[in-house]
Write a protein that binds this ligand. Structure first.
Ligand code: TGC
Ligand code: FAD
Length: 390
């Protein structure tokens, strides 16, 4: 595979990596290849994931919440976090989801919006992967339009009583702490709801045909009483959860380039060894046209991720630029995986090769963290000055 991987870097983008970036990439790639890749078929087919074990190993590598400062977090550059997302998603989007939800959604919310006590209590254990978090924004009737959420928190003396249902929550049933967004008389607020709190239950989503190596759950909040101390003091208004989504969407922009790279590299390898009509299928012009198109699309996506990494590291990335990246890169990665699959012929429809697994996972990625259509409209609004959501 490494030959095909090297050949895919047509623009020598890897030459721009400094020594630290290269070491980080190689370390995470080795962990992914040694520990995750050999098991991913079993996890995906079985719809199971030893999430706690993986989280602890990821914690030992220092990649959970790695872009946050203090509280046991590495304070790494945004571009370094991107490199990690690409290496993890090169194995499976579900594994990158585990890393994203923990670091970019749950830990980020506590870091950005929590009290000092919240940060001390949760972040060091979450950075080590000993404690898991989830992020509950979506509801059965509020997906693209989270402003229509029905989950409600009402004040009762020094406590809050939360009622509602959150849907499609990654790591939901595993999480030691759920960041739950709810409507209150003062507007949207974020609450930390600990596993085991009376009235708080979860139910896993089964029968998924995408992102099978990831736990997805419903969160049911039935008269859940939490003290005001569990409210995120800076998590006020819809802008708070949407601000956290910027972080996770940024990781996806890089992550999906890993899935596409893995799909294309393994397809090029296959095409070199599969013979029809007396020669390798890689020797047919039609196959080479596919590879040329897909490799160019991949490098364009990687360049987009790098540019957005520079903007984020410079502290000047804007939400519509993140939408640009999510819109362009997820679509490119999905297109790469679908077309690469055709080169594998019949072999492409099993899990023996990773290509269709990546493609079906990317169907989820196309939808979560703002659907492709939502990001289309963010770009449309930026270009025209007119909102077309309503
Ligand atoms: P709108 O009126 O535009 O905005 C409300 C307030 O939020 C601010 N805002 C943002 N702030 C930071 N970053 C952004 N990207 C922001 N977008 C909006 C905005 O300035 C405003 O602030 P203020 O102070 O004026 O009140 O809100 P809207 O109701 O019109 O909705 C806009 C829209 C459609 C873009 C937004 O609702 C949206 O992004 N919808 C998509 C929902 C979504 O992405 N859900 C994802 C759930 S989490 C998930 O999928 C995790 S998957 C994880 C995994 O497994 O990897
Ligand atoms: P809907 O919003 O009902 O959209 C249906 C269709 O209508 C889409 O094509 C959409 O683009 C389109 N549409 C909607 N509004 C418009 C419009 N104004 N203009 C044009 N088209 C429009 N959420 C969390 O909070 N936390 C998580 O951890 C999480 N993890 C997830 C994991 C998985 C595996 C999945 C599948 C989802 C997850 N989600 C999570 C939820 C995800 O963010 C939502 O599925 C997503 O935001 C879309 O919402 P919806 O599914 O309700 O679709």
């Amino acid at each position: 595979m490494s030959d095909a991987l090297d050949r895919l870097d047509l623009l020598d983008l890897d030459d721009d990596l400094d020594q630290d970036d290269r070491l980080l990439r190689d370390t995470v790639r080795k962990w992914a290849d040694d520990r995750l890749r050999p098991n991913i078929r079993e996890w995906f087919e079985g719809g199971t994931l030893p999430a706690r074990e993986i989280a602890q190993e990821a914690g030992e590598l220092g990649i959970l919440g790695m872009h946050l400062e203090g509280y046991g977090c590495a304070g790494a550059k945004a571009s370094q976090y991107g490199i990690v997302c690409a290496e993890v998603e090169a194995v499976d989007s579900g594994l990158r989801s585990l890393v994203s939800v923990q670091g970019s959604l749950a830990m980020f919310c506590i870091h950005a919006y929590g009290s000092e006590e919240h940060k001390q209590r949760w972040l060091p254990g979450m950075a080590k992967g000993e404690l898991l978090g989830c992020f509950g924004l979506t509801e059965p009737d509020a997906g693209s339009d989270p402003g229509s959420m029905r989950t409600r928190a009402r004040r009762d003396g020094d406590d809050w009583i939360i009622d509602g249902t959150k849907m499609w929550i990654t790591n939901g049933s595993l999480a030691d702490v759920a960041v739950v967004w709810a409507r209150t008389d003062e507007g949207v607020r974020g609450f930390l709801v600990e596993k085991g709190t009376p009235g708080f239950t979860t139910q896993d989503v089964h029968h998924k045909i995408s992102l099978r190596a990831s736990v997805t759950s419903e969160l049911i909040l039935d008269g859940v009483r939490v003290p005001d101390a569990n409210r995120l003091p800076e998590g006020n208004g819809l802008r708070a959860p949407l601000g956290a989504l910027n972080e996770a969407r940024y990781g996806i922009i890089w992550g999906v380039t890993g899935a596409a790279r893995d799909a294309l590299a393994s397809t090029i390898d296959y095409a070199g060894s599969r013979t029809q009509f007396g020669k390798p299928v890689s020797g047919f012009q039609l196959t080479q046209k596919k590879f040329a198109d897909l490799a160019v699309s991949l490098q364009q996506a990687q360049m987009t991720a790098r540019r957005l990494g520079e903007l984020k590291d410079g502290g000047r990335i804007k939400p519509h630029q993140i939408s640009f990246g999510k819109f362009a890169n997820v679509s490119a990665a999905l297109g790469i995986c679908r077309e690469a699959r055709s080169v594998l012929g019949g072999s492409g429809i099993t899990t023996e090769y990773p290509v269709l697994r990546h493609a079906v996972n990317l169907e989820t990625v196309y939808t979560y963290e703002g659907t492709h259509e939502v990001h289309t409209l963010v770009l449309g609004s930026q270009l025209t000055g007119v909102d077309a959501f309503r």
